[in-house]
Ligand binder design. Sequence first.
Ligand SMILES: [Zn+2]
Length: 492
Amino acid sequence: MRESFEIRDTDAGGRIGELTVPRAGTTVETPALLPVINPNLDTISPRRLADEFGAEILITNSYIIHGDDTLHERALEEGLHDLLDFPGAIMTDSGSFQLSEYGEIDVTTEEILDFQREIGSDIATPVDIPTPPDVSHDRAASDLETTQERLEIAEDVDTGEMLVSAPVQGSTYPDLREQAGRHATGTDLDVFPVGAVVPLMNDYRYDDMIEVVAAAKRGLGADAPVHLFGAGHPMMFALAVAAGCDLFDSAAYALYARDDRYLTVRGTRHLADLDYLPCSCAVCTDHSPAELRALPDAERESELAAHNLHVTFAEIRRIKQAIRSGNLLELVEQRARSHPAMLDGYRTLLDHAAQLERSDPVSKGSFFYTSHESARRPEVVRHHRRLERLSVPDSLLLTVDRSAPDAGYDDVWRVQPPFGPFPRALSKTYPLTAETPERTDRAALEAAADGVARLVETSPETSVTLAHRDWPADVLERLPDGVALVDLADEA
Ligand SMILES: [Zn+2]
């Protein structure tokens, strides 16, 4: 277990954790949002972020401060906390983003870490190489080697109580991301940003983003605090948290406000297109869209930025409550419905259900089957594995009917889509207490059939009869030969 990060609750790959930030003398509850502060223009002041929005941590760019004579001098003299007037924890970025956008930057790892420490940063970042998506494997691997050399240099720099992040790169190559995660977690560095995902999000490639995160997580292991670097749109927070991300930074709230864009958890709207404001924050209850449009530019930008932040922080709170209640994946399912690319992201996440299953609690409130994707949730994967360990009698009737007679069989087990068969003794346990729709769907039937197949394959001595009701022929084809079939619909 890492000293600075403690996990309190989990749901799927998501977790509520506590990140201890010794230099700030504070702990930050995760999932956490770090608003991005540009020291040259604060749309919403850091003090207001703390007082009005409850921000416990923010992030600012040490490279901008380093390169600006006035800010540089003031930061060294007053320290970042006084310079920005922020009482919580302050993370600093190193300028790697500037490197990726504008070419070489002119500081070494030692210099930029020393500088971050001198100005009073609580969590510093070395200069890594953010490799863009889709470059050659050779380039991604060679960039990664440079990043890893710098992380090793960073390990040896005297950083005192300051935490230091270890970015995980590797472009769109899962093997490199996993290797990068394993290397990063092997250093004594503290926080693990998954880097260079902004181009993926800008292109709505949420499926690729999830592949990248899942690979990084396989390398990092469960106890590392993970920062999804540059991810600030509330629409994708639930998905990213379910994949195991703990920290997000948002420049989006301010950048979008500058372009008259209004954030919602279902996507971005342009202020010009809104007839109503679907939000109850102070900005949206005090103004109509027309009133907002009529404000002077600076004021409109500030009001929109405040709304954008309210929505963003509210989504983080909603996600934490969903983790606590054990229904995070149901929230992800709702968010996945807001954009086809989000649905791709969710479906990709479920490709990694076995990986999520490791941190998914054994028991929760209740499982709601709310889309055909629910048939691929970690709970279903776990039940299928459990079937391999159950003791099975010589002859067994599996039936979808709740009140089947047990005539002639050693035992009768219920079959419930999407889980499949289970003995009566488990019927009151999670997830078999699931709420499922009366009108079941093919995905649930297929998953149930796969459960039956798993049971039959691990107990080849047992004679199994399946009493189903009108299951389609191609679903029944998933069953091994030798399963006797009864269609209850024929018997009615
Ligand atoms: Zn609002």
